[in-house]
Design a protein around this ligand. Structure first.
Ligand code: SF4
Ligand code: SF4
Length: 120
């Protein structure tokens, strides 16, 4: 009984070991991988990200110049960011918001061939 009272009193005056979320939000750890972003203007539609993605959630159509990602299938491994030859993929340190419906990131760019034709 004495031991328990000692613990109760100690806990009453101890610093809280939990945070009052959402009022107190914990910062990110170094190297945190958050939401995936693409700078579609820099994409050359090489499909490397699609081939290397372990969850197969990226689809690249190099003829149509489209890049899509099923956001809810992404496991935030960062492989696509590492292998992208142009560095157009990046991950920011924000969380994807919870959602009740499937989310697809869809981008329309200019395929490399069309970029060349436009320059000629
Ligand atoms: S972070 Fe990983 S799982 Fe997500 S799209 Fe890139 S390669 Fe695929
Ligand atoms: S690896 Fe990079 S450049 Fe290649 S298709 Fe993916 S996002 Fe575009």
């Amino acid at each position: 009984m004495f031991n328990m009272t000692k613990n109760v009193v100690a806990n009453l005056f101890a610093k809280s070991s939990t945070r009052l979320y959402p009022f107190a939000v914990r910062g990110h750890f170094e190297g945190f991988r958050g939401t995936l972003h693409i700078n579609i203007d820099e994409c050359i539609f090489c499909r490397t990200c699609m081939i290397k993605c372990p969850s197969q959630c990226i689809a690249v159509d190099n003829k149509a110049g489209t890049w899509t990602c099923e956001a809810m299938s992404c496991v935030y491994c960062g492989v696509c960011v590492d292998v992208c030859p142009t560095g157009c993929l990046s991950m920011t340190n924000d969380h994807r918001q919870v959602a009740t419906e499937k989310q697809t990131m869809s981008y329309q760019g200019v395929p490399k061939k069309k970029k060349k034709e436009a320059a000629e």
